[in-house]
Design a protein around this ligand. Sequence first.
Ligand code: FE2
Ligand code: FE2
Length: 190
Amino acid sequence: MITLKAATPTAWVSAVLADFDAFLIDHAAAEKKASGMAISMLSHYPDKPEIVRAMIDLSIEEMTHFREVVKIMTQRGLQLAPDTRDPYVNALRKLMRKDSSDYLLDRLLIGGIIETRGCERFGLVADALPDGELKTFYDIITRSEDKHGNLFVDLAALYFDEKNISQRLETLLEEEAAIVLKLPITAALH
Ligand SMILES: [Fe+2]
Ligand SMILES: [Fe+2]
């Protein structure tokens, strides 16, 4: 179970609501990247069947989210934009240790943290939107992302002991809180 150490500032929700089209374009990119990350994970660990199975399902689910966001974008006359670097994800990736065992643990825990932050932010968007299709969509996305955080921690528990997981998670969560509070407030997921 992952509990974030810093709440997203309310100014972020206002920025999203002020330019929802920009947010949708960025959200689509984030779903596509999440699907790609799941594929890259299963490619990196072909000898770990639990990871392979979980990442097949996750990549499909994230791609389904991507399809749904693109559908909403199309209804609004929006197009996908070229990929840009995600400062939040890049800052977290820099925390991954190089040793192969540490790297697996860090990769799983950071994956779980990214999912948990996404869930928090989609929940804020869902709460802020007026009743309607968009709000329902973001409620569904929030529930879906809520499961993904735990998925990564459950995978970590297959390969690492509880103390190792909780200590590293604590450190990574502190780092993540510092990273998230330094992010510029824009109509983007991160
Ligand atoms: Fe997703
Ligand atoms: Fe997800």
